[in-house]
Design a protein around this ligand. Structure first.
Ligand SMILES: C[S@@+](CC[C@H](N)C(=O)[O-])C[C@H]1O[C@@H](n2cnc3c(N)ncnc32)[C@H](O)[C@@H]1O
Length: 257
């Protein structure tokens, strides 16, 4: 399909999402299949439709952002986080600042609350959770999940932190209150500062090498010295020392200076 360059520019003007930062082949294929599914035959016609049809725009953002998540995704890595990384971070101060970046529908930040409750009383836990997709954040605020999403959780934590509602699992309000959800674009917006732990998983895979590099610098700056960036299981950083990040465990990087 012709016209992708102009489409990218218009999308940027309309949404603030810069599609040039995402891997092109994959993104173009996804968008074109969505356009065809809507029985539209050009980028130009699609952009026109997006501007007038709010539902279509929501569908586009939703489709673009791929919100798949689950609680304690890749459990072995959460085990390392819980048994080694968190105790290390809490050695000097019990109060640690945690940011779940690209948190999607909330499974990741809520997992963090549950995990941190093994170290601290609930009311002392604070998690910042951000995503570009308002729709995902709304779902996170509702906090209703299916059986598949909770499959990696300890049954004790399920009993303690969810109310079972038919086939669904409703996260309890005392967990919800520990998380501050905010809309945030990793490509454009300022990052929080002085973080002890940043979790950014399963989103870097969609970005170009150049964009990733820019983001690693920003993650470095967002961390306190000696503090940790936790990445997804296919997202190991190549030559992390370029960003003054040292691998401390697989998928965990420490800010060197
Ligand atoms: C596959 S989900 C990952 C969810 C969770 N981190 C996990 O690992 O299970 C990817 C998320 O990245 C978000 N995302 C995509 N581009 C983004 C951007 N530029 N800024 C912030 N979030 C973005 C999407 O909205 C989506 O919710």
């Amino acid at each position: 399909m012709e016209g992708y360059e102009a489409f990218k520019e218009r999308i940027y003007e309309l949404t603030g999402i810069d599609l040039s930062s995402y891997k092109e082949r994959q993104m173009k294929r996804r968008i074109e299949s969505l356009i065809t599914r809507n029985r539209i035959d050009s980028y130009e016609a699609y952009i026109k439709a997006l501007q007038t049809d709010k539902k279509l725009m929501e569908e586009f953002i939703n489709y673009l952002t791929i919100n798949v998540s689950e609680f304690r995704r890749n459990p072995q890595q959460w085990d390392v986080l819980e048994s080694e990384i968190i105790p290390m971070l809490m050695k000097d101060s019990k109060k640690i600042k945690i940011w779940s970046a690209a948190c999607s529908t909330g499974e990741e930040p809520y997992t963090l609350v549950m995990m941190m409750s093994h170290f601290l009383p609930l009311q002392e836990i604070e998690i910042i959770a951000t995503d570009i997709d308002q729709g995902a954040l709304e779902k996170a605020n509702i906090g209703m999940y299916n059986e598949k999403a909770v499959k990696n959780l300890d049954p004790k934590d399920i009993d303690r932190f969810f109310a079972k509602n038919g086939g669904f699992y409703q996260i309890k309000d005392d967990v919800k209150r520990r998380v501050t959800f905010k809309k945030h674009n990793l490509l454009e917006d300022d990052y929080p500062s002085q973080c002890d732990l940043i979790i950014c998983r399963n989103v870097m895979i969609y970005f170009t090498e150049e964009t990733k590099s820019m983001m690693y610098h920003k993650f470095h700056d967002a961390l306190k010295t000696k503090c940790i960036l936790f990445v997804g299981s296919t997202e190991q950083i190549i030559l992390p020392t370029r960003y003054d990040l040292a691998p401390v465990k697989t998928f965990f990087y420490q800010r060197m200076k």
